[in-house]
Write a protein that binds this ligand. Sequence first.
Ligand code: NAD
Length: 497
Amino acid sequence: MLEKTTQNWKSQAEELDIESRAFINGRFVDAVSGETRTCFNPADGSRLAEVACCGPEDADVAVAGARAVFERGDWAKMAPADRKRILVQWAELIEQNTEELALLECLDVGKPISDTVNVDVPSAVRTIRWSGEAIDKVYDEIPPTPADTLALIQRLPLGVVAAIVPWNFPLSTTAWKLAPSLATGNSVVLKPASATPLSALYIARLAAEAGLPEGVLQVLPGPGGSMGKHLALHMDIDGLTFTGSTPVGQLLMQYSGKSNLKRTFLELGGKSPNIVFADANLDKAAAMAAAAVFYNGGQTCTAGTRLIVEEKILDAFMDKVTGHAAKWMPGNPLDPATRMGPMIDEAQHNNVAEYVKIGHEEGAVLTFGGNRVLDETGGYYHEPTIFCRVSNQMQIAQEEIFGPVLSVIPFADVEEAVNIANDSIYGLAGAVWSNDINTAHSVAAAVRVGTMGINNYFGGDITVPFGGFKQSGNGRDKSIHAFHDYTELKTTWIEFE
Ligand code: NAD
């Protein structure tokens, strides 16, 4: 598969049969209104598919179907070992279709094919397989009580869960939501991002093939502001799991409060600090500093967008980082050698250009990139871009740009590094690079984020929880901890006569 050339992938893309209808009650259907939305390939602006554009009326049908199957217990009351069998089979089918699914994700999102083949699809497979395998191995609790009583503490599914996901990692974030919510017995109504619904529709077909009962998973492509809002305000949805921007997350909390207090778990934005001390392995730190911000074109919630560097090594270290930045020049995502693709759409492309302008106006020093490129392709490409001598008060250091723009901020000592790192509304991720165990651990402990790397960036696995502090959110995806977001604790107290 990896030996394939750009031309091989291009030919295969032309043959793809793309499913573009909503998946409701086990069938692919058009939106009730008949409306569609065009899905574009960000690599060249070409039209990929006309996708069903669902509205509140479709959502009501999907929620009613999800509720009915939940109440019947077709899935919720199925023995955990049987749910496991179906989820593991689903993971197998996704794995068997890696090539086609990776291609679809590449075309829909503009992600490099080498990433979708090696990262996105395997990560979704592992997430679903792991959660499925775990579900008949987690036990409930019996607490210590007096001898004439017995108490049970059980985790029960919430009921109907709505999952709303973003466009930057459509397949992986969908898997992070679906695997634990389905494993714990819920019915789920998934709303993919309007720009990137194709991989979710693809895996819905495979879920049915694996034996997931009708109505347990509904996939509704449609706009966030109307259909997504309708789901978030719905009185018959018990839980809402969301990955996306902080402003939309704030709205969802309000919608929950205005409706039925549905359990609402949010994975939101970030402006993550990547702190480099002079005593670190600087070659490795420099390579990863570039990868941390340029991977996925910087359209990554955990992107290491604030590179906080010990002043005395700043120039020498930045020479190394710049050398690596040059290896991230964007290119055709279907080329297996491409590391960085386009921005998702024109609006995001403009947004990145606007922040570059702001960086100049704020007095930051542009040392690499800064331009739109490859305009002739019709795609939305931007160079990897580095601003040096940035102050943490600047807009480019405080706001999530969601593009390949790095802000480099110098520091003098440990205290200053930690203060800069924590001076953010966000608290999603970060890293510290140092070969001094005391420095590394004390900084890692002091930085208020959900995931912190020591001498690595983007480290982690399905076995560890992922989520944010502060305005980066409140829920946790991945690991057994994710199961808690999709279950209610129930106590049963028994007295013997
Ligand atoms: P977004 O918030 O604009 O949209 C996310 C989803 O919410 C989409 O499906 C959208 O249609 C929907 N939506 C929009 N308005 C809505 C409303 N009023 N009611 C209900 N749903 C609505 O985010 P995006 O631009 O798709 O994704 C980028 C953002 O996601 C960034 O901020 C990024 O940091 C964040 N993100 C976070 C994580 C994480 O795990 N913390 C992971 C990936 C992305």
